[in-house]
Design a protein around this ligand. Sequence first.
Ligand code: BGP
Length: 466
Amino acid sequence: MKTLPADFIFGGATAAYQAEGATKEGGKGEVAWDAFLAEQGRFSPDPASDFYHQYATDIALCQKFGVNGLRLSIAWSRIFPEGVGKVNQEGVDFYHRVFAECKKHGVLPFVTLHHFDTPKALFDQGDFLNRKTIDAFVDYAHFCFEEFPEVRYWSTFNEIYPVATNQYLLGIFPPGIKYDLSKVITCLHQMMYAHARVVNLFKENHYPGEIGVVHSLETKYPASDSKADQHAAFLDDALSIRFLLDATYLGYYSKETLAALDEIAQANQFSYQFDENDFIEMKKAAKRNDFLGINHYQCHFVEAFEGESAIHHNGTGEKGTSVYQVKGIGRRIYKEGIPRTDWDWLIYPEGLYDLLLRIKQDYPHYQKIFITENGMGYKDHFEDGVILDEPRIEYLKVYLEALSDAIDAGVNVKGYFLWSLMDLFSWSNGYNKRYGLFYVDFATQKRYPKASAYWFKRLSETKRIN
Ligand code: BGP
């Protein structure tokens, strides 16, 4: 039977906007999502899991179920309602209370500074396409490092690639722009530059603890052995994985990465340019990351594709409705024999193993990895307070086995955060895509441990995956 190390973190993951609710309480400033969701009218970010009021219950549940790490994010707009300027003390006090509660229950907080929720005042001026946002983000990070010395694990950003693509390629995040790869590239680069600035600030001021970034890395495979499919997978990988790992660990973009960007840019008739000065900061930071956070749920099989971009995001759980084909890159396809969730996410744990081995090989000074998100979106059945989520347990088992194999093969992974601790609000899927160890009745805010919560508790206690 496969096992995990004795000193491993068995964590649960959340994010401010998806858990807290209370979007208009406690002096919180607006974020672009507030109006975006209201306009769509599909679902509301309130009450979400009401973590703003229920945090003590959730943290007590962590302790009871062997969850010894809690990944959460600070809502920038609770601290600086306008993004910059005046501090909202109520917001500051809230996070101090949360961290104190973590301490009381022996739960280690892993804190993300930005999880998809730039304050509206900055977002409306172009978010990270505008370099003013970079300066504001550095100031906000600086404030947090000074204010919250009780936090020892900091991540700058959650998932730079999905920020860029969901905002400017898929259009499923505000501002809802589609097929603008030029904005995607600028956003990716400028967020990586902002990350570097914050890492350098953290290290140069000798703050206690560790700092890293959380990337969503979904392994790409060619749909067949053909040269054309291999090339399509290379291009998709270059934009979504290599670009970010180069920026993180080299501080510049390798020749192969730039060749792929050039090809994508040419096919889509735009040009791009990076400010050479950015690489000075980025190169300095490249050797200073204490850890890499990896969010990994699925992988993609990519085939060659010539034609116009067309994307349909399956945000309803109607299996088989996804379409993803991008001009100048490729088309993602389902693969016979590979199971997928109702939201068409391929269940392929080899993808995690291959990814981890590749990082060890290509970026040998990576230091340390945490899996900061992995889990299964599922339409849970609730019967008299009992939730038997066997498919989720099966998913967790195969992914944790792949992780255990990667550790055996020498990859330094120190912890795993299951997405999500309790059921949360999902950005583009609402409330029927549940991930939690704890079922949330969103009307009463009562929590019910699922079968997977008991399974996870045993795992955390025994370190044995079975
Ligand atoms: C990651 C995000 C999370 C969470 C998760 C599940 O991309 O960091 O915030 O939402 O994916 O995704 P979804 O809710 O779209 O199923």
